[in-house]
Structure formats: structure tokens, C-alpha cells
Design a protein around this ligand. Sequence first.
Ligand code: PGA
Length: 247
Amino acid sequence: MRKKIIAGNWKMNMTPSEAKALAELLIPLVKGTKNEVVFCVPAIDVTTVVKAVKGTKIQVGGENIYFEDKGAYTGETSADMLLDAGAKYVILGHSERREYFKETDEDINKKVLKALEKGLTPILCCGESLTQREQGITIDWIRMQIKIALQGVTAEQAQKMVIAYEPIWAIGTGKTASTEQAEEVCRAIRVLIRELYGQKTANAIRIQYGGSVNAKNAAELFSQPDIDGGLVGGASLKADFGAVATA
Ligand code: PGA
């Protein structure tokens, strides 16, 4: 049985002092859940949040890395920096990074390989725009994004990964994909993983749904056979995350 994983994506919110307060608010609310809980936080907040969750089962993740080990890349964060600060996960290929920071599928593939090489677990994001959904190419698009992102990734590495299906039109819009839409794409992702790596890897990899997940819709979404939890933006910044993480 796959353990469900609920990750908060704090995005560019929370100064270190706000991050400490939010972590302290959420810790008692997620206590006792059977799910794995991750706070993915701005790089500047990682140390503070790692300290705050010490002694709990909550894990901490970053929201991005650069694919080089170190050097003259002003403003970037390396995998080693996140790891040394105590992060275990990293969100890669979020649609906001693809759109605003022009990350390509090839960049994301390099970042996935670097994270895996260093021992950070990638939460790899994929998702279609509203136009692509209306054009009927959702599954083709998602398959392409994942196939490129996983170039050079072994079955053993893929088994540990998390893939987050996040339809762009559902992110931050309050328009959640229907349970059927979310399950259909998450199932198609698992089928692709089986084609690429075989049944064992398809059974092990965890696939999240993301896009306006909230305290009301989380339980139904996460009860689907191919949805192993969620990547949660807006609702991860408030007490609602307690209900989402324990759904
Ligand atoms: P949202 O964001 O829950 O606010 O829609 C999800 C995400 O971007 O990961």
C-alpha cells in the first residue's frame, strides 16, 4: 500500500518569522495523521521550519533547485544547500516556474536528475492549460512532460519519486478538477510509468493531485485509487491544512 503524501506548497509566502508561526500553528493540526506530511517552503525558510518541526514526523521540502552543484549562478539554490538545511523533498517543474521563469522540460529533467543524485526526493509537477484540455490533448501533453522530465531516471529512482498532477486552470482559481478528471489523469500517469518502468515502479510511485484542494474536497479526491495525496497551495497557509493533511 502506498502511503499518501500531502505536501503544502507555500510558494513565495512567509518570512522566516511568519514561517515559524505557521509551522507552530499547523503542527498540532496534522498530528496523528496516517499520511506523510511535507511543508515545501521558500529556501530562506527551510532552516527555521526544519527546527520548528523537529521531533514531529513532518518533513520539509524546497520549492526549486538549480541543476548545477555550485558556482557562479547568482540567486540560485543548490540541492546540497537544501539537504544541508534539512530538506528531504523538492518541488520541481511547477507550472509557475515554467510560466514565469521560463523553465523548459529539459531544465526540469536536469533538476530531477540532480535532486535524485543528491538524495532529495522530487515532487515533479505536470499539468495542462485550459486550452490544451479543450483541444483534447491533456493526456498527450502530460505524457510528454513526464517522459522528458524522467529521461535518464532509473526504475529504482522513479519508485521513490512523487508526481503531482496540477491542471493549470485549477491552480489558485478555486476551480478544482472533478474527482473523475483528476483520477483519469493520475491513472494515465500510472499507466505511463508502467510502460516506462514496469508494474513494480507503477505500484510504488506516488501521484498527487493539486489545484484548489481544500478542506471540503480533499477526502474525496484522495480516496481515488490512483490519487495518493495532494500538493496544496492556498489551503496550506491556514488552519484548513489540518483537515486536508488528515483527509
Ligand atoms: P492551489 O495551488 O492549491 O492554491 O490551487 C496548488 C499548487 O500550485 O501547487
